[in-house]
Design a binder for this molecule. Structure first.
Ligand code: FE2
Ligand code: FE2
Length: 265
């Protein structure tokens, strides 16, 4: 089977390039399962129910998030509108599983493809250079113990390459893929680890690359130069879609090959 994981979709430029490219990608590569990180899909900051619906309409099966998940507060009600056992769209958005107990939403989703293949998506957030949360390594152990699916994708939303790589090795052979998000810069280290786990330190942003990680570059520069707060606006130019295409054995859940994609307008 083939799985497409799309990195942080940033604002309208990110949504547009995904809309423009996804259908032909799915056709060309016979993609069965699509996961996308949507934490920046609403003007660069957060996600709304309406934008989530848009991304589901384009074909995403599950949306992952990260530290920006609560930037648009309305998402709290959207996530809270379904019980744990639901398979409706709000349940197919996950936020990092190692957030404090009682946080709205869920960190793990388990579903079944129309072909009958069960799959799971786990979202975790790093702790290095980020706000403190529960241990992502132990959270993965605890949640994976209850997962029946063999095909398991982990979105590790983290800053430090070392922490991401460490989780890749930690979960090698236990999940189909450990894919990094959050830095918005794709890394050239995609590979299949020895025990069958696909790995990439960061899948990279799907959004405007004429920017500083998605934001209008003049505004970011001004903040660095002046040290003064200022409003960040999403940039517009040079939209690209960044994703990792994973080939995996649907029965064992082992990844067999990976291909890094970067598609421009
Ligand atoms: Fe992001
Ligand atoms: Fe992030």
């Amino acid at each position: 089977m083939r799985i497409l994981f799309i990195g942080d979709i940033f604002g309208r430029p990110g949504r547009n390039i995904v809309q423009e490219k996804l259908a032909s990608l799915v056709r060309t590569h016979s993609i069965d399962l699509i996961i996308a990180n949507g934490e920046n899909s609403a003007a660069g900051f957060g996600i709304t129910g309406q934008i989530a619906e848009e991304l589901f309409d384009l074909g995403a099966h599950v949306l992952t998030t990260g530290n920006h998940v609560w930037d648009k507060r309305e998402i709290i009600d959207y996530l809270g509108s379904v019980p744990s056992e639901s398979h409706d769209r709000p349940r197919r958005i996950v936020r990092p599983a190692n957030y404090p107990a009682g946080t709205p939403g869920f960190g793990l989703y388990e579903g079944t493809l129309p072909s009958g293949v069960p799959y799971a998506v786990l979202n975790l957030q790093g702790r290095v250079f980020m706000q403190s949360n529960d241990d992502p390594f132990r959270t993965a152990d605890r949640l994976l113990a209850g997962v029946r699916a063999k095909v398991i994708l982990v979105d590790f939303h983290a800053e430090a390459t070392s922490e991401k790589m460490a989780l890749g090795w930690y979960l090698d052979g236990r999940v189909t893929a450990v894919l990094g998000t959050h830095t918005h810069v794709p890394t050239a280290d995609e590979r299949v680890l020895p025990n069958g786990t696909a790995y990439q330190t960061d899948v990279g942003m799907s959004g405007p690359y004429d920017s500083v990680i998605g934001v209008e570059k003049e505004l970011v520069l001004q903040r660095f130069l002046s040290g003064m707060p200022g409003k960040f606006e999403p940039a517009r130019g040079d939209a690209r879609l960044c994703a990792l295409l994973i080939e995996a054995d649907a029965t064992t859940g082992r990844a067999t090959s990976v291909q890094r994609l970067m598609l421009g307008e």
